[in-house]
Design a protein around this ligand. Structure first.
Ligand code: PAF
Length: 271
C-alpha cells in the first residue's frame, strides 16, 4: 500500500483515506464521495479490527460482505481498497496499544473497556500504512472522532481529520452496519434514539438550557420504549466529553443490539 501512496505523493496527488470495517452503507458512501471530491486519490480501508471488540461483543457476527463492498466502491470511483489481514495488522507477538487518556475514558470508554485503545491503535496503523493527507470519519461516532483527532495530533501524524454529518433513514434512525441485526419490531423501536435527540433539540431551540431538564427529556422518550434499555443518555462537552455541554450522546440496547447516536443541541435536528 505504502509504495502506491508514496508514488501518488511524488506525483503531487493528494490522498484521502476512509477507514471502515466494511458492510458499507450510505453513511460510508457519503464519506467516500466527499473524499473523492476533495482528493486526487482515495483509499478505503476495510478491516474488522478484532482489538476494538470486547469479549462477548459482536466481532464474530459483525456483517461482512466483501464482494458487495468492492462493487459499491468501484462504482464510487475509489482508487484502492486496502484490506489488510489480521496477521498483517497484528503479527504474532505484537503488543503495542495506544491509549488516549482523558477523552477515551467516559461513556463509550467506560461501557466498552479497551475499545478506544483498539480504535486508536488501528487508525494509527492505517495512517502509517497509507500516509493520507486527509482522513474521513462520521459524526455518528462522535467520541471516536475526538479520540482520533487527539491521537493524530499527539503522535504528529500530518493528516487532516474531516468529519461528515450523520446520515439518517427517513424516520431519523442513524445509519449503522449494526442496524442489520434489528428484527422488524426492534427496527421500529430503534427510532426512539433519534426521536429523543429531536425532542431535546426542540426544547433547546425553545430556550431550555437546564442540563438536568434536557437530560430528562432524553430519558423520558427512551424509557417509554419497552424494547429499549438505556446505557447512557447524557449531555457533554463536544471537545472533551466531560459533563455539561450541548452534545447529547446516547447508547441504547434494542434487544441484543447496542446502538449509539448523538446530536449537538445547539444545532437544528435534521429533517
Ligand atoms: O468506525 C469504524 O468503522 C471503526 O471504528 C474504524 C474507524 C474503521 C476503526 O476500526
Amino acid at each position: 500500500m505504502l509504495g502506491v501512496s508514496r508514488r501518488w505523493r511524488r506525483e503531487g496527488q493528494a490522498i484521502g483515506l476512509v477507514p471502515t470495517m466494511g458492510a458499507l452503507h450510505a453513511g460510508h458512501l457519503s464519506l467516500v464521495e466527499r473524499s473523492c471530491r476533495e482528493n486526487h486519490r482515495v483509499v478505503v480501508s476495510i478491516f474488522v479490527n478484532p482489538i476494538q471488540f470486547g469479549p462477548g461483543e459482536d466481532f464474530e457476527r459483525y456483517p461482512r460482505d466483501a464482494e458487495r463492498d468492492a462493487e459499491v466502491l468501484a462504482k464510487a470511483g475509489v482508487d484502492f481498497i486496502y484490506r489488510p489481514t489480521v496477521a498483517v495488522m497484528y503479527p504474532t507477538g505484537s503488543s503495542t496499544r495506544i491509549h488516549v487518556a482523558g477523552v477515551s475514558e467516559p461513556l463509550e470508554g467506560r461501557a466498552r473497556p479497551g475499545h478506544f485503545d483498539g480504535v486508536a491503535t488501528v487508525v494509527a496503523k492505517l495512517f502509517t500504512a497509507v500516509e493520507p493527507d486527509r482522513a474521513y470519519f462520521g459524526q455518528k461516532d462522535a467520541q471516536q472522532v475526538t479520540v482520533v483527532k487527539r491521537m493524530a495530533q499527539d503522535l504528529g501524524f500530518p493528516v487532516e481529520i474531516r468529519v461528515s454529518a450523520t446520515v439518517r433513514e427517513p424516520d431519523g434512525l442513524a445509519l449503522s452496519s449494526r442496524n442489520a441485526y434489528l428484527a422488524p419490531e426492534e427496527r421500529k423501536a430503534a427510532v426512539c434514539l433519534s426521536s429523543a435527540l429531536r425532542l431535546a433539540s426542540g426544547a433547546y431551540a425553545r430556550g431550555e438550557r437546564s442540563p438536568e431538564r434536557l437530560r430528562r427529556t432524553l430519558w423520558e422518550r427512551l424509557e417509554v420504549e419497552p424494547l429499549a434499555q438505556v446505557e447512557y443518555a447524557e449531555l457533554v462537552d463536544p471537545e472533551t466529553f466531560s459533563a455539561h455541554g450541548s452534545l447529547a450522546v446516547l447508547a441504547v440496547r434494542i434487544g441484543r443490539t447496542r446502538l449509539i447516536d448523538n446530536h449537538d443541541l445547539a444545532m437544528d435536528f435534521p429533517g
